[in-house]
Design a protein around this ligand. Structure first.
Ligand SMILES: [Zn+2]
Length: 54
């Protein structure tokens, strides 16, 4: 079972999609992307709310 996060679901006009079975790794990558690309700080709770199970 994997988790998927897309920037569009988080409200950004951005084609970034990430999918991983490793939740800690997924959170880290999403935080890095959000910071570098959108200058946004996402908490792990934000990301847990935004991801879907695929
Ligand atoms: Zn993005």
């Amino acid at each position: 079972m994997a988790r998927e996060v897309t920037c569009r679901d988080a409200g950004y006009d951005c084609d970034f999609v990430i999918r991983s079975e490793n939740e800690d790794e997924l959170i880290k990558f999403v935080q890095e992307h959000a910071k570098q690309t959108h200058d946004a700080d996402m908490s792990s709770a934000d990301i847990r709310n935004a991801w879907k199970t695929v």
